[in-house]
Design a protein around this ligand. Sequence first.
Ligand code: S3P
Length: 166
Amino acid sequence: MKLVLIGFMGGGKTTISQMLATRLTLKNIDMDEEIIKISGRRTDTEIMDIDGETIFRELELQIARKLRTEKNAVISTGGGVIMNKLSIDYLKESAVVIFLDHSFETAVKRLAAGTPPPLFRSAEKARKLYALRKPLYQYYADIHITTDEKTPDQVTEEIIQKIKRL
Ligand code: S3P
């Protein structure tokens, strides 16, 4: 089974991916980590700030292409993966795509604790990005889960129940 988690920043993709991988005994793959490995940089923020978003999306596409052959894994993506049709098309191949959906206000709350991700520094721009991307997440998703006010455990359990019903 191949599961791909998509959704806006602050949706808990990384955490839920780890939990799902453990519960379902699948490999956990974090796309941002894979991108960092091939970039020669230390963080996604460094890639964005030094190389720029276009380079980041190219590296993201390379990783998405490489992951086409992956079979038993949960893949957590970066929030912008749906901006490149080729990337999401590669990821969608023989996978169940799960959209972790949350309100923009929840994203603000969840991201308030740490350093904001590069594309979340301006609240105004981030809100526009959120509105632009939401229909794309919806379009590519096989399963839709809202995560506002839910714990990672609850979200993980809900996904497992929905997968069983597919
Ligand atoms: C991005 C989200 C980040 C990371 C990069 C770009 C985006 O991942 O891929 O900074 O465009 O929304 P998370 O969604 O895991 O924060």
